[in-house]
Design a binder for this molecule. Structure first.
Ligand code: ADP
Length: 394
């Protein structure tokens, strides 16, 4: 029987999972992927597809069986063991925060779990959910090795200056630093460029992850040197439901208006961004299909501020050799890519409409002063690779 690696990405309302067959010493091929969503709602649903995209299972789960992430993890585990007839060789997890020091994925033990739990105040909406399945599996199946892969790790190559805000040093010492996120996606992009576009891979690259969360990263010689996200995943570019840049004074004003911590937190994480600006939706496809002035304004804001933030990263590298778009919007929307690039005409950046419509890989004209590319991200594969490398070192 082929050994497998299981990858788990647990959020507050969904658990996504991917299973890979180990084909060679470092070779992985996807076997299936699925998700249990609607955790904590009245209609949780389990969906699994094989690598060809055929549905293996799609059914509702009794709400009592998926009331929270640990419960839901049991449902996923039961389905997987029934389907696989054997345990995976190891399980890799996406964990949002690795703190200031963890720059690589690590094998989970009790000391590490305690260390990661202590980071929960830095990512209260994500870290506890990411850790819940690790704890459940550790209790039920302690013999299966687990690996934690961090969204912050790829950014630990930042300089001392890139790591800071202009605040008193004691706040930095207490952890108010620019950690950066989406690192697993950028690590995949850096790796993929080496294979697919070796001419640019070692150059000065600005990669933009435009999904539900949105950020950009300056990558030089394959390493992250700056990111638009910092202390939390709220900073930087506008997102589906998060504002990105926002004057800290606005938060003080909300407090003066009597808003409490939870209310402000909910507003900043779930009510802002495209959703707040448009009043319609956080889903880019819905906004593109709408002709209301508010939807058009939301798209215009998005394109402008993303374009501005991406070019700002050029200062970290004293120039930009290539631009890479990735994730849901970045990979699939020629219209948004064009709207962003329209702000770069003064820099000599020019997209080729036909290449852009075909989603690249190169979408800029031959004359464009900076090459612009589309690369599909694959965070799950990076997690699976790291997990395999840690349990079967070469
Ligand atoms: P996440 O994995 O963080 O949930 P994704 O990377 O899947 O996010 O990106 C989700 C976003 O991508 C949504 O705003 C969705 O509307 C957008 N998206 C997906 N496909 C398209 C498309 N064909 N055109 C425009 N936007 C798209």
């Amino acid at each position: 029987m082929t050994d497998t690696i299981l990858v788990i990405n647990a959020g507050s309302s969904s658990i996504k999972f991917h299973l890979y067959d180990i084909e060679g010493p470092q070779e992985l091929s996807p076997r299936l992927g699925g998700q249990l969503d609607g955790i904590g709602t009245r209609r949780p649903r389990l969906r699994v597809r094989n690598a060809a995209g055929e549905t293996l299972v799609e059914r509702e789960i009794a709400p009592g069986h998926a009331a929270d992430v640990p419960n839901a993890q049991e449902v996923v585990g039961t389905w997987l063991s029934g389907h696989l007839g054997g345990a995976p060789l190891a399980i890799g997890h996406r964990v949002v925060h690795g703190g200031p020091d963890l720059a690589e994925p690590v094998l989970v033990d009790d000391a590490l779990l305690a260390r990661l739990e202590a980071l929960s105040p830095l990512a209260p909406l994500h870290q506890p959910n990411n850790l819940a399945p690790i704890r459940v599996i550790r209790e039920r199946r302690p013999e299966i090795p687990q690996v934690a892969c961090f969204d912050t790790a790829f950014h630990r190559t930042h300089s001392d200056v890139a790591d800071r805000y202009a605040v008193p040093e004691r706040l930095y010492e207490q952890g108010v630093r620019r950690y950066g996120f989406h690192g697993l996606s950028y690590e995949y992009i850096a790796q993929r460029l080496k294979k697919a576009l070796p001419d640019i891979a070692m150059g000065r690259i600005v990669a933009a992850h435009l999904g539900s969360g949105v950020s950009a990263c300056a990558i030089h010689q394959g390493r992250s040197v700056d990111s638009t996200m910092g202390f939390t995943a709220l900073e930087g570019l506008p997102m589906g439901t998060r504002p990105g840049r926002l004057d800290a004074g606005a938060v003080l004003w909300m407090m003066e208006q009597g808003m409490g911590h939870d209310e402000i937190e909910h507003l900043l994480y779930y009510e802002c961004g495209l959703k707040g600006l448009s009043g319609i939706s956080n889903d880019m496809r819905e906004l593109l299909a709408s002709d209301t002035p508010a939807a058009r304004r939301a798209l215009a804001y998005f394109a402008w501020r993303v374009a501005e933030g991406m070019m700002g990263l050029g200062c970290a590298m004293n120039g930009i050799d290539a631009i890479v778009f990735t994730a849901g919007v970045g990979e699939n929307s020629p219209q948004i890519r064009q709207a962003i690039a329209d702000h770069w005409g003064w820099l000599g950046v020019e997209l080729d409409p036909e290449r852009n419509a075909r989603h690249g890989p190169r979408i800029s004209t031959e004359q464009s002063r900076i090459g612009v590319y589309v690369v599909r991200t694959n965070e799950e594969l990076i997690i699976a690779q790291h997990t395999l490398a840690l349990v079967r070192p070469q």
